[in-house]
Design a protein around this ligand. Structure first.
Ligand code: ZN
Length: 148
């Protein structure tokens, strides 16, 4: 796993867009990085810390935290960023280290652009640079840290 992108990211060997939104011993939550290309704002990744490829390999301790973060981050995207819907998926074909994508869909996104990939194609999609991503991560972090 020496060349695993996600393991390298967690150990700080790779710098990615934005800042950490949440981290504990089981999971790491951050914004997707597009290698210097503009980012779709609100495309969040929940990574399992342990290097296993699929959802079915989590132990129940990890699954509890993973599932809870899925719900909390989705709620944060809706409350703080005004998303109207959250897409989620695990692919893992290119990086075999469990990570779940959460993609916000914002109000007024035309139906032709609905879907976790299609939202990127919307000409009015909220794209941003690293500064915008950091600002968004900070808002989500603040939301997650505020008492319920
Ligand atoms: Zn890994």
């Amino acid at each position: 796993m020496g060349d695993c992108f996600i393991c390298n990211k967690h150990s700080g060997n790779i710098q990615t867009s934005g800042i950490s939104i949440y981290e504990d011993e089981f999971v790491y939550v951050g914004h997707i990085d597009r290698n210097g290309n503009p980012n779709y704002l609100g495309h969040i990744m929940i990574d399992l810390k342990r290097h296993v490829p699929t959802l079915g390999e989590m132990n129940m301790e990890e699954a509890k935290v993973f599932g809870m973060m899925m719900a909390k981050v989705s709620k944060a995207l809706m409350e703080s960023e005004k998303a109207e819907h959250i897409y989620s998926f695990v692919a893992g074909d290119s990086v075999p280290h469990l990570h779940m994508h959460l993609v916000a869909r914002y109000p007024n996104t035309p139906k032709d652009y609905w879907g976790p990939n299609a939202v990127y194609e919307w000409p009015d999609a909220p794209m941003g640079n690293n500064e915008d991503v950091i600002a968004l991560c900070s808002r989500l972090k603040l939301y997650l840290e505020s008492p319920v």
